[in-house]
Design a protein around this ligand. Sequence first.
Ligand SMILES: C[S@@+](CC[C@H](N)C(=O)[O-])C[C@H]1O[C@@H](n2cnc3c(N)ncnc32)[C@H](O)[C@@H]1O
Length: 467
Amino acid sequence: MRVSLSTEEYDALRALLARAAGLVFDDARKESMAYSVAERMRACGLREVSSYLRRLDDPNERQQLLDEVTIQETHFFRNPPQVRALRLHVLPELLRHAELNGRRLRIWSAGCSTGEEPYSIAMHLRELLPSTAGWDVKVVGTDVSQRAIAAARSGRYGARAVQLASPEELARHFVALPDGAYEVRPEVRELVEFRHHNLVTEAVPFAPSERIDLVLCRNVTIYFGRDTTRALMTRLHHSLRDGGYLFLGHSETLWQVSEDFRLVALGTGDAAAFVYRRLDKQVERRAVLPDRRTADEPSPEERRVEPRRAAAPAMPPAPVLVGVDTLLEQCRVSLAAGRYAEAAQYAADAAMQAPLRAEAFYLRGLALVDLGRDDDALVELRKAVYLEPERGFAHFLLAGVLDRLGQPVLAAREYGAAADTLGMQPADATAEELGGRSVRELAQLCRQLQHRLLGGQLQHHYGEEVS
Ligand SMILES: C[S@@+](CC[C@H](N)C(=O)[O-])C[C@H]1O[C@@H](n2cnc3c(N)ncnc32)[C@H](O)[C@@H]1O
């Protein structure tokens, strides 16, 4: 059955899903919504969209529609830099903290989809803590989709879900079934608990006295509006203990969303993972103290927690509080590698820390232009030229954005400003992020574009070409 939705019907469905789960659907998703509605109408034996809209008064049907429209894309060991950070830094540190605090550990995979994320965490834990006797360790996976939670509880997966697992991990943590599927081993499953839970309409699924050590909320808020994400981050902040970690997805950032968390880098260079931390004053001070390890103590990366004979370390390993320069450097690396969403995030985090630094806004604008998001780039580039009017490259990018957005007069003015300010730079300078163009070449190009746009405007005005 094919269904086409009228504007009113689509608006009614959008409003319902925003209320029910905070989900935002833009116009581009109308077709996929129509497909989901057709699936549900077929299952209900209905032929009219209007009848189906009335059926949505039933909470069971609302749940079925949520199951249909939510995007469950996930797999084991997703996001290798974060996986490395978890294994080498975060989980060893959390286990050492737990060792000193009643051997209790709480991890929440919020928006866990079909369970690959919480099971992956439990697998890492099993490697660090082969026996949990005497420990109270819980990994809680929650999701708004009943269907996803049912799949997660079954613990069975196809080959695609495990494609990032090494042969050793496959052998250690899964049972290979005759039909080619993989089943998670019981010693991993016993650490994980699944619950149906709505992140937008329900309170945090832990007792108020329970403080969480690590929350993973990855690739979930990308479907929410900013206010919904902001409210959720406030709740996550309250639920984390001091020193607790928050992992977001690759393209998610807390820029303009929350200032409650600190961004920390775990690992170095391209392998670094950037994660958030609840850092209250005391931990923050300790975090910047030099590492007090003696020469023959293992590094934090080398340490395995062995609970029966673990001598508790005097303090947790120091996270690196990421400086603005590092973030901007990472942003440039991501831009050069064509990872524009990541670059935009680094620049956003830099801008959050240094709101008067024009370079952060310029680089974010550049990444957004590369992502085709001219409307958003416009805001960033305007800030960049406001903060630093001599930044010629920012004027150049801003001019292009204005031109594409149908503002030729403003675009011409920006090309003029670009030509003037670039003309003040050393003539042999180049801009790597603008394709390695020389400054002189770019200034000439800007002047030509300015004249062409002005010519177009005058032609429009007088009905004749101006040379
Ligand atoms: C793309 S998956 C992410 C899975 C996993 N976190 C990862 O990164 O691999 C997004 C999940 O968020 C869930 N979700 C969306 N809205 C939600 C809400 N309001 N409450 C709880 N989960 C929600 C969806 O059902 C879906 O399973």
